[in-house]
Design a protein around this ligand. Structure first.
Ligand code: 13P
Length: 254
């Protein structure tokens, strides 16, 4: 039985005070409930501050990116070790905004994944097709390529420290959510490919989140799908009542 996992990706949003208040509201709303795994991923400069607001709560701290080197002359980059030092348990890698706006390729994302896992972080690896790829009936092919390259040299043991987030690019920040059927189908494709790469047991145990305009309105339909194990939430994670409502929807699923 896979435990549902709801994570908030705050992207390049909030302020120092706003981040702290948002984290405190999530902590307060969640209480001590651990029936669903919950994490928030603030921007780098607010990690420490948000970590303090989360202290003693079940809410995990995550970052939105990292570099693959431990330390050195890499101006502007942040290492996985630094993230661990800042209190992070998770790091999001391969987000479509990094793939499409910063030009990150699968090989680079795979390098980062290995470095993050070696540092002791849990990796949320994002995959997903663009609208043109979906319209061109290339969704399965794109997911296969991203999963195969993203999981290169990832053993079943390493996969146990990973989560995959299916985020169709056309659904991110657009208000156009994938239907539960579209998302479920993509999650099955991903799980099948992972089974071929890492074995069926590891694939069965893998948490696969859906991300892309997930809101309290769409949460019920998506989260009750058999292969949708949670959500990676952008816009709605900036409003504590919406984020908590999505967590509540995840809790309801038997
Ligand atoms: P939205 O929920 O704003 O569509 O963003 C999804 C996302 O990219 C989470 O990583």
């Amino acid at each position: 039985m896979r435990k549902k996992f709801i994570a908030g990706n705050w992207k390049m949003n909030t302020t120092a005070i706003g981040a702290e208040l948002l984290a405190a509201a999530v902590v307060k709303g969640l209480g001590g409930d651990t029936s669903v795994t919950v994490a928030v991923c603030p921007p780098f400069p607010y990690l420490f501050r948000v970590g303090q607001a989360l202290a003693g709560s079940p809410v995990g701290l995550g970052a939105q990116n990292c570099y693959h080197e431990k330390a050195g002359a890499f101006t502007g980059e942040v290492s996985p070790e630094m993230l661990v030092d800042a209190g992070c348990r998770y790091v999001i890698l391969g987000h479509s905004e990094r793939r499409h706006k910063m030009g990150e390729a699968d090989a680079c994302i795979n390098k980062k994944t290995h470095a993050a896992l070696a540092a002791g972080l849990q990796v949320i690896l994002c995959v997903g097709e663009t609208l043109a790829e979906r319209d061109g009936a290339k969704t399965d092919q794109v997911l296969d390529t991203q999963i195969t390259a993203g999981l290169e040299k990832i053993t079943a043991e390493l996969l146990a420290k990973m989560v995959i987030a299916y985020e169709p690019v056309w659904a991110i920040g657009t208000g156009r959510t994938a239907t539960p059927e579209q998302a479920q189908q993509a999650h099955v494709t991903i799980r099948k490919r992972v089974a071929q790469l890492c074995g069926p047991a590891a694939a069965q145990a893998l948490v696969i989140q859906y991300g892309g305009s997930l809101t309290p309105k769409t949460a019920d339909g998506l989260l009750c799908q058999p292969d949708i194990d949670g959500g990676l939430i952008g816009g709605a994670s900036l409003k504590p009542e919406e984020f908590l409502a999505i967590v509540a929807a995840a809790k309801k699923v038997p």
